[in-house]
Design a protein around this ligand. Structure first.
Ligand code: CA
Ligand code: CA
Ligand code: CA
Length: 491
């Protein structure tokens, strides 16, 4: 099947992108009505959307914080210390009593969901002399809290269903937060007014064809006024945001879907024999290539080098993991990909390529090494791996936590926690932080990557810890399935 490419209004005989009007401030603004900062122009001679030298570093230098799931476009930044070396305490919890709960329906029917889960990592950032913590939760709302006190800075922003993924904070300093929801919309919210205000929303049915579902769990990446996002509608979207400030000084956007492409192809549909090809993991960007995976296990790379000049992205990488790949692709300084896959369908391909793999897109056979996790189905990897020194750290559905040699894939160490472990491992200050499903957060010294991690402390929080913590100035921020959101730090 030919890959569907729709650029701007060039419909290629298919349904063109459709635009969904947002709140009262949405929509195109005439140039006469615009003043203040325009969208940043691409750097002269820019050929690199995501500088390889920024692997492991913060998401740009304009906003201080942990601005997206796994912190930056290569998904390799986890926050700042000093991380407590001895048992920390709960600094605050939100809400003070009760839980963040709401009903939601999926293939298993309607259930009450509480707190936050996979992936659920909050954003933490500095703005106007305060540290903000922003996250979506299972109470169907996005929360904007003061990191020091746990009090609301802004009222909650309600959506029509629970929120599973992480928000993205605008890395260029526009007062904007980007969030998905299970209610079938991906939103751009302004945070420079008395309450968070929707400026635009993208429906899961705005583009076609779509497959499988309509939730938005994936975390968006914003670079140079372009937003990259995958949906459970199984499509990859590129949106030109057109961020500006209006005459009243308030931020505006005039987004346009400038490109979209299916996360699947005909070969994948033949190989998996079903249509579950939703994109639930997040996009990752290295150099001029955007990578993403889907629930059919297709990992794709798209060259975006000509995007700013109006040239359509081109597919330059294709790899099949054999099964549902919801973990986000992580990219190292050389451009190699670390990809964790689930083991549910039981394909021969899953046995061939393993459940954690290192891929080098420059090689004809990209598979550098593989590690297996195929016990009783379901098995494999849901959390997104962490790169630390010369090892890659990941966890499995069955509760194993492993450190593998990044060069060879050889196992350096392994330990076990009460399953399921779906949290993405976090390493800050040589300390590995990982939660378990009996409600404990654990800290280990991993500074000697050849030695079994040394336990530093364990703290009972209560409720399955499935969400990935944000670590900022040594404080851990995360929710649990018991219903509340916690700040944990030194006294
Ligand atoms: Ca939905
Ligand atoms: Ca989902
Ligand atoms: Ca999936």
């Amino acid at each position: 099947m030919a890959v569907l490419v729709v650029v701007a209004a060039a419909a290629c005989g298919t349904e063109p992108p459709r635009f969904i009007p947002g709140g009262p401030t949405a929509g195109p603004t005439s140039p006469a009505a615009v003043e203040g900062t325009a969208s940043p122009a691409p750097a002269a001679g820019a050929g690199t959307w995501s500088d390889p030298a920024a692997v492991g570093k913060p998401y740009g230098d304009k906003v201080t914080g942990l601005l997206a799931f796994r912190g930056n476009p290569t998904r390799t930044y986890y926050g700042t210390g000093p991380v407590p070396r001895t048992t920390p305490r709960t600094l605050w919890q939100f809400p003070r009593s009760g839980g963040l709960c709401a009903k939601s329906s999926d293939a298993k029917g309607e259930r009450t969901w509480c707190g936050s889960g996979w992936t659920g990592q909050p954003a933490v950032f500095e703005r106007q002399d305060r540290t903000w913590v922003v996250f979506g939760a299972y109470d169907r709302a996005v929360h904007f809290l003061d990191a020091r006190t746990g009090e609301r800075i802004l009222p909650d922003f309600p959506t029509g269903d629970i929120i599973k993924g992480s928000v993205t904070v605008d890395p260029d300093g526009f007062p904007l937060v980007y969030t998905g929801s299970r209610d079938n919309f991906f939103r751009v919210l302004a945070i420079d007014r008395g309450k968070p205000t929707e400026l635009w929303r993208l429906s899961a049915t705005a583009v076609s064809p779509t497959k499988w579902n309509n939730d938005w769990d994936s975390n968006a990446i914003v670079i140079d006024d372009y937003l990259f996002e995958g949906g459970e509608n199984s499509q990859f979207h590129v949106v030109k945001l057109n961020r500006r400030y209006g005459r009243d000084g308030k931020v505006t956007v005039a987004p346009k879907v400038v490109f979209h492409a299916p996360g699947w192809d005909a070969q994948l549909l033949r190989d998996i024999g079903d249509e579950n090809v939703s994109i639930e993991g997040s996009v990752a960007v290295y150099g001029d290539t955007v990578y993403f995976a889907n629930s059919g296990g297709l990992v794709q790379g798209w060259d975006i080098s000509g995007l700013k000049q109006g040239r359509a992205p081109k597919r330059v990488f294709r790899f099949w993991t054999g099964d549902d790949t919801d973990a986000t692709v992580v990219i190292d300084e050389t451009g190699a990909l670390y990809v964790g896959a689930q083991y549910e369908r039981g394909t021969a391909r899953s046995a061939q390529v393993g459940q954690m793999m290192k891929l080098d897109p420059k090689r004809r056979d990209p598979l550098v090494w593989k590690a297996a996790d195929r016990g009783t189905r379901p098995a494999g990897v849901w959390g997104t791996p962490a790169l630390y020194k010369d090892i890659v750290i990941f966890d499995t559905n069955g509760g194993d936590v492993l450190g593998l040699d990044r060069a060879t894939g050889a196992q350096r160490w392994r330990f076990h926690l009460p399953p399921t472990t779906w949290q993405s491992p976090v390493v800050v200050d040589d300390v590995l932080l990982i939660g378990d499903c009996q409600g404990f957060m654990h800290a280990y010294d991993v500074s000697d990557t050849s030695a079994t991690p040394k336990p530093l402390w364990t703290l009972k929080i209560g409720g399955c810890v499935e969400s990935t913590p944000a670590v900022w100035k040594g404080t851990l921020y995360f929710g649990t399935r018991a219903g509340a959101f916690h700040a944990i730090g030194a006294s």
